[in-house]
Design a binder for this molecule. Structure first.
Ligand code: COA
Length: 216
């Protein structure tokens, strides 16, 4: 993801997503995902977040980095997805000028392809619109087809390649942008996605549209 030089994320943002594991082919071992609630990320979630993090990224963010991110308050927006009280996904954005940068997004490997990443991204996008951001942006490993497909559905388009951005695995980053997210067209896209993801427009996570799903 794009990170300014003076950001505490400079080191962390150079990490790269690993392969996106999923259920073994041919096995129906993953139960239906069931009701998902989206709540603000809190310290108490971080043990579960880190567990998913280390499964999702070859250079996972540390607990300390997450704590420093959470301490940045209104400059950041981090949420977790919970199923039956268990953290099954998470994501976040940082606000820089008119842009909202997606800093992280993951679904637990055992719950992937069940709409969790999409739900989290939807709430991040809604939060960015509510914050007044004009654009969404991110960087993604060029071979991360799952994430790229998800981002395309949210209106992100490729805008360039950062060569060897993920130096430790010698891979380039695709820079993607969704522009003019405050325009009615983007709102309509989010409404369509909400229907596809079985979300109710307006029932955004705390900080996104004023609704709360959990006490702070
Ligand atoms: C990318 C990631 C967050 C997606 O989460 P997810 O919960 O599996 O995604 P969803 O079930 O919400 O998928 C929503 C849509 O995204 C696209 N998508 C997701 N996974 C996909 C895959 N493996 N192949 C193709 N499209 C995929 C599809 O359009 C999907 O809709 P559909 O299932 O109706 O076809 C997840 O794969 C992950 O955590 N990967 C590891 C970490 C990572 O790479 N994060 C991104 C860093 S930039």
């Amino acid at each position: 993801m794009t990170v300014p030089a003076d950001s505490p994320l400079t080191e962390a943002a150079a990490r790269s997503p690993g392969p996106a594991p999923g259920p073994a082919p041919g096995l129906l071992s993953t139960p239906p995902v069931g009701p998902i609630e989206i709540v603000p990320m809190r310290r108490r979630h971080l043990r579960s977040v880190i567990r998913i993090e280390v499964q999702s990224y070859p250079r996972p963010w540390s607990l300390g980095l997450y704590l420093s991110e959470l301490a940045l308050g209104g400059l950041r927006f981090y949420i977790v997805a919970r199923r039956a009280g268990e953290v099954v996904g998470y994501g976040g954005v940082m606000y820089i000028g008119p842009d909202a940068h997606v800093t992280t997004l993951a679904a637990a490997p055992e719950f992937q392809r069940q709409g969790i990443g999409g739900r989290v991204l939807w709430h991040l996008a809604r939060a960015a619109v509510a914050h007044g951001a004009e654009n969404l942006t991110l960087e993604v490993r060029v071979s991360n087809g799952a994430a790229i497909e998800l981002y395309r559905r949210f209106g992100f388009v490729p805008a360039g390649v950062r060569k060897n951005y993920y130096a430790e695995i010698k891979e380039d980053a695709l820079v993607m942008w969704a522009n003019d997210i405050g325009a009615p067209e983007y709102g309509e896209r989010l409404d369509r996605l909400a229907a596809e993801l079985d979300l109710i427009p307006g029932k955004a996570a705390p900080g996104a549209a004023g609704a709360t799903t959990e006490a702070p």
